[in-house]
Design a binder for this molecule. Sequence first.
Ligand code: NAP
Ligand code: ZN
Length: 355
Amino acid sequence: MTTTKKVPAYAAQSATSGLAPLSIMRREPSPEDVEIEILFCGICHSDLHSVRNEWSEFMATNYPIVPGHEIVGRVTRVGSAVTKFKAGDVAAVGCMVDSDGTCPQCKAGLEQFCPNMILTFNSPDKHLGGFTYGGYSGGIVVDEHFVLRVPFNLNLAGAAPLLCAGITTYSPMHHWGVTKGKKVGVVGLGGLGHMAVKFAHALGAHVVVFTTSPNKKEDALRLGADEVVVSRNADEMKKHAGSFDFILDAVSADHDINAYINLLGIDGNLTLVGAPAKPLSVPAFGLIARRRSFSGSMIGGIPETQEMLDFCGKHNITADVEVIPIQKVNEAYERLLKSDVKYRFSIDMASLKSE
Ligand code: NAP
Ligand code: ZN
């Protein structure tokens, strides 16, 4: 029988309950495992979609749910076969905690597409039964393969969001060849969007931000945008028709995707990383007339996540965070829905000790 240890956490008991304290069990580290005391955990909009069961058609939520997949912490113990980490090291965990390790995707370092991939929360837990619990908790035990190294120069509260918002925006930019001289659009200046701006700017692209929030204009420029367009202004949108090489759409809610497809040039690509629950409609002529493509992207593999963290270390890139105690998490969700966060909440897990 697997031995366990109790840790404090915050969980939702239903789609409408909000989050409240709950004690959960973590397994004793096996030889391949790393045990981590969680210091910071970012709040991703996916946490909110999952807590409220908004993706019920594709990925129903199992309750209680402990969300959180932007985890940075300190290693407390390691199993006997662990080679990359020792007690006292800083370590990070993103959206995945396991995969089969043998399929072609795993062999290619694309664990996110493994048919047996296990998400950090709301996936079947093969060790303890039930479902996996995420980072809104005091500690976590994870197979070494899914534990990442954080460059020493990065602020830890700001580094946590790199584990999802960072890799989710870095990966498609590499896949679609964002480099110097390319014209790149970023739609939605939220947690993902603001990381996309930082990466596209660091890669040397000409960056245009599309926002529904006129009050984010100054910030967008400070974050690295060359131009900012308020997307509700049709005239401003028209000026960019047919001109983009690549657009990353990181919007969390239903919106008109064609407005952005029309901005792509010949062979331009629009990649969707935002995951609104409602299907989007795309007219054929928007795509065929200019050989445009419309695609999606999901997080990134473990080797690319480490590459992204090292890139951030080299360029001193972290998320702009508002650090909150866990007790403010329900309020933070309400603010996230109003696009009222600059630009990621990062939970200081020390606050969990006062429960
Ligand atoms: P977020 O911080 O809430 O940012 C979303 C942004 O979308 C907002 O800041 C806002 O930007 C814009 N927006 C919100 N409502 C809108 C509306 N009705 N119309 C137009 N724009 C609107 O969320 P996030 O954490 O960055 O996540 C964004 C999406 O990506 C979520 O759906 C999340 O689940 C998904 N996601 C996907 C992956 C993946 O692997 N593909 C990974 C992580 C997250 P402005 O104020 O600038 O308009
Ligand atoms: Zn996420």
